[in-house]
Structure formats: C-alpha cells, structure tokens
Design a protein around this ligand. Structure first.
Ligand SMILES: *Cc1c(COP(=O)(O)O)cnc(C)c1O
Length: 224
C-alpha cells in the first residue's frame, strides 16, 4: 500500500468524524492523488488556480476542490465555477470582486474569510479588528456569496504554547462572530485551522476543518 494511503487513513481515523480533512495535494501529480482518492478522500486543497483546474479535469467529478492559497482578483472568474470552497478571502476588495463576478455568473460561491493570527507578516488575512468592521458593514448584504466561516494559519514555530494561543484567539473570534452576526450569516459554521505540524492542537482548540499535505504526501521540496 502507498505510504500516502497509510498516512491518510491514520489521520482520518484520528480525527473526530465531524472534522473535515482537506487533503492538500498542491505540487503533487494526479497519479499521486488517485490512491488517496481511492482510499476515500473526496476533499482536496490546491493553492494555485491553474493547478486546481488541471487536476479537476483529470480526476473524478465527485471531488470537492478547495482553493487554499492566495487568490488574485484577475483569477476570480476562472475560479468561481470550480472551487467548492475558497479558504483564502483575505481582503474586502477580493470579497467585492467575488461578489461582483458571482452575480454576473449566477453562482453562489462558498468562501471562508482568512484571518491573520500569526506573528509573521508574510501571511495574509484580515486583522481581527478589520474583520469585525468588515462584517458590521457587510453582514446581511453578502448575497450571492455564502460565508461559511474562517480560516487561519498559526505561526510556523516549535513553540506549541504560541500556536495554541493563536488557535484559541481564532476560535474566540469565530464564536464572537457567531453570536454577533449569526442571524445574518446562517451558514457560518466552519473553522479551518490546522496543518501537518499542528492539526491535533487545532482540533483540540475547536477546528472543524484541517488542511493536511506533507504528512500525507511527504515533503514538497522547495516549492509550495
Ligand atoms: C500548503 C498549505 C497547507 C498544508 O501544509 P502542510 O504543512 O503540508 O500540511 C495548509 N494550508 C495552506 C493555506 C497551505 O498553503
């Protein structure tokens, strides 16, 4: 049996059933993805639109493809018909572009709002303050876009205490949004946090969607 299948099964078995496992297949070819699909995985994550479209065309149609990487505004139109969930809506201007194109194309795209919780400046996302202001302006006016929840990435560090603090902050923000804006955001249920290095901690902190790549497929090398 492929190592990737063994790893996929072990992670799936360790996760509560209520947690969605997004298998992050970026940089890996379709031949590497297929055995994991055959083992039961139906949700895959890519960080580049072009790669997502190519793999989607070659693999079975019952896969839900999630875009987890940064989305440029000029790629929104190409993305909307194909991504089951966009995890990485990190600015008001990107949201507005998605809403504009979704209206034109008569689509109801599902998105997550990405929150900047890490110490690193390289990671994108709304600050918690900006996100709350954004929602105060937009909650109830987001149609046809469906806001499913939040996504965040913790700092890349060995310091588990810091990672835990960041995950707890994101969970607290998620809960605050549910209680403040829940009436206007009826589909706000998903908290996407946790990757290969930190998914058990993320789940312990309340994540219900983890994005795992290298623990399943091995290391990607320099790219990705
Ligand atoms: C690559 C990537 C992942 C998966 O990372 P691994 O450490 O390989 O599990 C998760 N989320 C995002 C946004 C990514 O870009």
């Amino acid at each position: 049996m492929e190592d990737s299948v063994v790893a996929y099964r072990a992670i799936r078995a360790a996760l509560p059933e209520s947690v969605t496992l997004v298998v992050v297949s970026k940089t890996h070819p379709v031949e590497a993805i297929r055995p994991v699909y055959d083992a039961g995985a139906r949700v895959f994550g890519e960080n580049r639109v072009q790669e997502l479209l190519q793999k989607k065309a070659e693999l079975p149609s019952d896969i839900a493809w999630h875009l987890i990487g940064q989305l440029q505004r000029n790629k929104v139109k190409a993305t909307l018909p194909h991504a089951a969930l966009i995890h990485s809506v990190a600015s008001e201007s990107l949201f507005q572009e998605i809403q504009k194109e979704a209206k034109k194309m008569a689509l109801q795209p599902s998105i997550l709002l990405q929150v900047h919780i890490a110490q690193e400046d390289t990671k994108s996302g709304f600050s918690p303050e900006d996100l709350l202001q954004f929602l105060a302006r937009w909650a109830g006016k987001m149609e046809p876009v469906v806001i499913k929840g939040l996504m965040g990435m913790a700092t890349f560090t060995e310091d588990q205490t810091q990672v835990q603090t960041e995950f707890r902050q994101l969970k607290a923000l998620f809960d605050q949004i549910c209680s403040t804006f829940g009436k206007d955001l009826p589909h706000f249920q998903t908290l996407s946090m946790g990757m290969s290095g930190d998914w058990p901690l993320a789940v312990a902190c309340g994540s219900n969607m983890v994005r795992v790549g290298s623990s399943i497929f091995g290391h990607r090398g320099a790219v990705g």
